[in-house]
Design a protein around this ligand. Structure first.
Ligand SMILES: Nc1ncnc2c1ncn2[C@@H]1O[C@H](COP(=O)(O)OP(=O)(O)OP(=O)(O)O)[C@@H](O)[C@H]1O
Ligand SMILES: [Mg+2]
Length: 370
């Protein structure tokens, strides 16, 4: 287990090189990731945010038409810099192949292969794998002090911890084992027994598919070690204290349950959440539930009755929210808890992100002042 305790959100931004925002769908991962990168740029850092946001909400919020697979510099009133990019799984996979290939010819042979094109787009876990690849690449480039990663909305948002194992799954493919069988001779001739297996496979899935797969694995040969070393380096980066996990949740019952599941999942992977961001908290009310109930009684039947009831409902929800957040805090006692209120509008521009950044960083020592 790594030492992940931080005094406040500013400390988190100052002390880490990678921040990964995870959580269930719709809680505000993309918003929190972008706001964290904005806060880092405000603190003078060279920050990059990698998003996996097909809805392009981040691009909209950053005020640009679209983001792509290469970092784009976003102008803003900060002493540091902010770059943003949207993960393109396919191009990232191609970049990875180019990086590990011995020469251009090997890379092009793979990238042009139909089996590869199919696999690189459809194999489950590919997106997670490419997200960690991208984060590793940005981190390694030395161009950024902090890389913030937005994760996709899956229940298993930690799937990317498994991502580097994707390669082993790919290499479990029977065709790969046949192609790389030790007795196949110097000219990549496939031995007779193996040929028979391939012929049988061809009968089931079609000869072209098998030919393409054979060509792919032949072209891929010799690149496994590079891939594997890289996967190990990535796991190391994710696992040590250069990296922090920020769990984003909302105070609603279902997402609190999901958040607790994530905490357990992190724990099982011997990791900790450094911060829990509870997003979209109701505004603090000055009325207690008891006082609201009194008002409902006193104003029943009057024109103000419905308003008193609405206030009572709101205080009840807010009290329930506070209780659930306290439970979540108990489940992650070492994590910094940051409450971010619900803003009157969606976060759709730099000002909105800067406001979330301000709310994130105003917390001190685990307490967020009202
Ligand atoms: N504190 C907030 N106040 C008001 N609106 C918010 C707040 N946080 C996020 N939003 C809005 O809620 C919506 C969902 O947020 P966001 O896209 O960040 O969630 P997400 O977790 O990334 O969603 P998904 O799982 O679909 O990727 C967006 O329209 C965003 O602008
Ligand atoms: Mg998102």
């Amino acid at each position: 287990m790594t030492e992940t305790s931080v005094a406040d959100y500013q400390d988190l931004i100052q002390s880490r090189r990678v921040i990964i925002c995870c959580g269930t769908g719709g809680v505000g991962k993309t918003t929190t990731s972008a706001a964290t990168a904005v806060a880092a740029a405000q603190a003078g850092k060279r920050a990059a945010v990698v998003t996996i946001d097909p809805a392009k909400r981040l691009a909209d919020a950053l005020g640009i038409a679209e983001l792509d697979n290469t970092p784009r510099l976003i102008d803003g009133p900060w002493p540091g810099s902010l770059s943003a990019l949207m993960l393109d799984t396919k191009s990232t996979f191609d970049e990875v192949v180019r990086r590990h290939a011995h020469d251009d010819a090997q890379a092009e042979k793979i990238i042009g292969n139909r089996f590869y094109r199919n696999v690189s787009g459809t194999l489950s876990g590919t997106q997670d794998y490419m997200a960690v690849e991208k984060l590793n690449e940005l981190h390694d480039s030395g161009d950024y002090d902090l890389v913030v990663v937005d994760t996709p909305p899956t229940r298993d948002a930690l799937a990317f911890l498994e991502a580097p194992k994707l390669l082993s799954r790919l290499l479990d493919n029977p065709i790969y084992r046949i192609v790389t069988a030790p007795n196949r001779g110097p000219f990549k001739v496939i031995n007779t027994a193996a040929q028979q297996v391939l012929r049988q496979l061809a009968r089931v899935v079609g000869a072209t598919v098998v030919d393409e797969a054979v060509a792919f694995f032949q072209a891929f040969e010799g690149m496994e070690d590079g891939f594997r070393d890289r996967a190990n380096a990535t796991l190391e980066l994710l696992g040590d204290d250069r990296t922090a996990f920020v769990l984003v949740a909302s105070p609603r019952a279902d997402t609190i349950d999901e958040a607790r599941y994530f905490l357990r999942r992190l724990h099982r992977a011997e990791l900790d959440a450094s911060a829990v961001v509870v997003n979209r908290m109701l505004p603090q009310l000055s009325t207690t539930p008891e006082r609201a109930a009194e008002l409902v009684g006193a104003l029943a039947g009057s024109a103000a009755g419905p308003a008193a009831q609405a206030l009572a409902d709101l205080t009840a929800t807010a009290t329930g929210d506070d209780l659930r957040v306290a439970e979540l805090q108990d489940a992650a006692p070492d994590a910094l808890t940051v409450r971010v209120p619900m803003l009157p509008d969606d976060v759709h521009d730099i000002d909105g992100l800067a406001e979330i950044a301000r709310l994130l960083t105003k917390s001190r020592g685990g307490q967020t002042p009202a």
